[in-house]
Design a protein around this ligand. Sequence first.
Ligand code: C2E
Ligand code: MG
Ligand code: MG
Length: 651
Amino acid sequence: MVPAWLVAAAVGAVVITLHQAHDRLLRGLTHHSASQWAEYVSRNVPDIDLLFDGEPPSVLAQEHFSGLRRAGDIVRFDIFSSDGRLRLRSESLSGLDAHEIGSTDGLAAAVAASGMARSGMLQRVGAGTPGPRGFAYVPVRLSGQIAGVARVEVDHKVVAALVRRAFATVALSIGALMSLLFLAAWVARRRHRRQQVMVDERVRFLAHHDPLTGACNRASFQDALTGACSRLGADSRGALAVLCIDLDHFKEVNDRHGHAAGDAVLRQVTQRLSSLVRSGDIVARLGGDEFAILQTGVTRPDDVEALASRVTNALAEPYDVSGYRLGGGASVGAAVHGVDGFAAETLMNRADAALYAAKAKGRNAYAFFDPALDGKRERQRRLTQDLRTALEQGGLSMDFQPVFDVDGQTMLGYEALARWRHPVLGLISPVEFVPLAEANGLIVPLGNWALGEACQAAAGWPCGLSVAVNFSAAQFRHGEAMLTHLRDVLHRTGLAPERLEIEITESVLMVDTDNALMCLNGMHDLGVRVALDDFGTGFSSLAYLWRFPFDKVKIDRSFTHLLGADEKVSLIVKSIVSLAHELRIRVNAEGIETQQQMAMLAAYGCDELQGFLLGRPGAVDLPGLAGRRMTTAATAARANFTPLDSQAVSL
Ligand code: C2E
Ligand code: MG
Ligand code: MG
């Protein structure tokens, strides 16, 4: 903005400049008129030379001067001889007053001496004085010589009026221009202020909200929760609840469809959550794919359960992202004020613990905090830390469980099963540590280690024996890298690809089917076989059978255990075997613990048998493997094994 003093100074400068220009103009005009008048006089007034010589004006000269008294804008004149003495005055053409005769004008004498005209403006004396007048002393030349000087007064009334009008127009224009400038500056300043206000508002908004989704951020959520908890105090119960929400498989969306798709899903999640809550409730994005709701006005636990259920249902719906329908699903953990704690931090921690419990239920589920969860979470946290150390320091080992042909005699190979002996807690089951590795980014190092260990061992076995390695769904997220690693391991260990079998569960195909199929085909291309593990335990095992040409299905041991106890299980197993055979897929039956189970499975047409009855997981015990520790597991199993033909199998 231009400061006011500068504007005033500019206006003052303009006024002074105009005034000076006005003055210069009038003086120029005076000089011009006077010069012309003198020129005229020198040429046309008779006896002018005599007048300059000191003679009184002749009658002819008087007549001529009388006609010049009102010539154009000339209103007065005096005639001086070259020594500056007054000779004639327009008011007394017939003769000068006594006191005027011989009076000398210094300026006239100077002009006559220098030949340079002088001009100036007469000051107005009073209101009665006519308009602006200029005067000029101009030399009068006769035959080229300065014979005298004429002092002429010029009336500029008309010109001054014109100039005044012109000045007024200019002043008005300048005024209008300045006003416009002021207006423009004012508008610009207002706009700048408005923008500043908007920027301030945005900065304030961003301090409390997530820029991507517009939901509250973690800091403002915690502030709101802390405020609400302290207002409720330690007496009131259940008036508010915290729901922690985590999207299922969001990482796959990001990895497979890019971050723009991930962002679009997060925005849609925010919209859905916002549409489910009541005014006063707060929806926040805590970071990544974690959201939270502060539910207020809770009167009974059912209110919290109803919201948790609405959230899981709403987020289970697929998301439309650039023409794709991406799968939904979320897990929700809830903690209620006064029931699960009074402090904001406690409620957050407990809702988070409940969230883990919901995830453990198999995702797309909700759970409330249970005091037992605290201990479980602490154990999980410690185990994760220790597992990381174990992976770095070679603290894991590999057991191998033998797989037999249906004759129960011919060994086909081994399944590699990871083992972790914790230095304090003892043996930890893979059922516990594999999901921990999956959830905490350790599955790739674990899977790579297991593959290397299994292939290395199998490369030293007789050529007829193969090795089966379990792969987790999480390993398929980085499919290309996984295939490259697989190729490298086969190359490094020298194991023939057809001796390696990868076991997957249907969860691999559930998450991102296209990517999974690409990986499985890549494995086939390498010459590696693929088996579908734990068949029959998933939601839709059959649905996945036709999607990929599996080499083998492994009937889960939950079926094996019920054989003989439940007639329907027998029917299911027989159907699985018959269907798999139709599709040219081999069938392995896991978890065989009794002779009866083995006999029944053999009778139903299973191709391979595996279970404690035949051999427990342990070290490989093959005669002729120099330097290897010998155990009795496999041999003992075989020693206890009674060949099929000696068993009575009733179907
Ligand atoms: P799985 O692949 O289905 O492995 C078979 C599981 O059944 C093994 O449990 C094995 O010890 C057990 N088993 C075998 N025969 C019998 C039997 O007759 N009776 C009973 N009750 N159990 C039997 P384990 O070793 O505890 O492994 C559990 C699961 O952990 C495995 O199931 C597999 O899904 C996973 N796992 C093990 N090692 C690895 C690994 O290196 N990577 C991955 N991703 N998962 C692994
Ligand atoms: Mg397996
Ligand atoms: Mg299995």
